[in-house]
Design a protein around this ligand. Structure first.
Ligand SMILES: [Zn+2]
Length: 343
């Protein structure tokens, strides 16, 4: 049974404008708003963030803070102040040695920055929880084939990662992605999120943590080594409450959506978490609008606990807006109301 229906929201400037938008979300069957707080918002609009969270609460919406695109380590289009202010502590290509525009989340510099970002917001804004939004290493993406594929380069080969690898395994970090490298990347990738989640729960044990990973096959032939593709390791983290998987384009086969949904629910159940599935509420829309209801019903039938969509008003007015953004938003809203039983 669906207990929460979420929508993400970028509009973190004026409380009275956010209030009008929150009322529109309520009318669209939204129960939970995922506030995409950028590094610029944190640096510049900080005084208004607590007021916006308080307004959402006043209107009966739960609030999760999403450190959207933070360090470009999380998913999202925003720019990163951390990268602007730090020429080091970046992810490094294993094959070319180039520094990349992604923070290395295994460095103490970024780990401290990120923890401070979240704990400060927890104390000041008092949200209901946090949302870890597609955390990832820069490479490889989900490009692979049964014959090997193109994703040979990988990160992170920065001095901090190399030293930590050698300290642990007793030999220099290879430039080829061996099993030790895979294990190292999985383990280290969870440290920053575990430590921050733990710190948040020490501030307030009721703060709820959702970890949302890329929706990938992770099968025998095709996998996506971006650090969080080992769903068992993610699901087993004791500080996460909700296991969530990201958006799948409406144009992908229903079988793929179903497979991701089933495996999401299975991992969540195995580790005693709630499960969440995302719907594409921006950029692309289904050819046939009835697909939205169909995929919502499939999620319900598979036992998903929560539905979420990116983003408010279908991305209307942005470069990632769906062609009929407002119709997509309305269609998702109709389905949210339907599954919650308040048609
Ligand atoms: Zn590194």
């Amino acid at each position: 049974m669906i207990t929460q229906t979420s929508i993400s929201y970028y509009g973190l400037n004026y409380v009275e404008h956010a209030e009008a938008d929150f009322k529109e979300m309520k009318a669209h069957g939204v129960t939970q708003v995922i506030l995409a707080v950028t590094e610029f918002d944190f640096d510049f609009w900080r005084p208004n963030i607590p007021a916006i969270v308080a307004k959402a609460h006043e209107l009966g919406l739960r609030v999760l803070i999403d450190p959207w695109g933070n360090g470009k380590y999380f998913g999202g289009e925003q720019v990163s102040k951390f990268l602007q202010d730090n020429v080091e502590n970046r992810q490094v290509s294993a094959l070319t040695g180039e520094k990349l525009p992604y923070a290395c989340f295994n460095t103490n510099s970024y780990r401290d920055y990120f923890k401070n970002f979240c704990t400060t917001l927890a104390r000041e804004a008092k949200p209901d929880g946090f949302f870890w939004d597609e955390p990832h290493y820069a490479f490889p993406k989900g490009i692979a084939s049964i014959t090997g594929g193109v994703a040979d380069d990988w990160t992170c080969y920065c001095p901090v990662c190399r030293k930590r690898f050698e300290d642990y395994y007793g030999y220099p970090m290879p430039k080829y992605m061996t099993n030790d490298v895979k294990q190292f990347r999985w383990r280290e990738a969870l440290v920053v999120l575990s430590e921050t989640s733990k710190a948040l729960k020490e501030i307030d044990p009721k703060l709820e943590i959702t970890c949302c990973v890329h929706a990938t096959q992770n099968g025998y032939y095709v996998s996506e080594y971006r650090g969080y593709d080992n769903w068992d390791m993610v699901g087993a983290c004791p500080y996460f409450d909700v296991f969530s998987t990201t958006i799948i384009n409406w144009a992908l086969p229903e079988d793929f959506y179903l497979d991701i949904t089933r495996r999401t629910v299975a991992i969540a159940k195995k580790y005693g978490k709630k499960s969440e599935r995302w719907l594409m509420g921006y950029y692309k829309q289904p050819k046939d609008w009835s697909q939205v209801a169909k995929w919502v019903d499939l999620a319900v039938a598979e036992g998903v606990d929560r539905l979420a969509a990116w983003t408010y008003r279908g991305g209307y007015g942005t470069v990632v807006g769906a062609p009929d953004a407002l119709k997509l938003w309305d269609t998702i809203g109709e389905n949210y109301r339907r599954v919650l039983g308040n048609k």
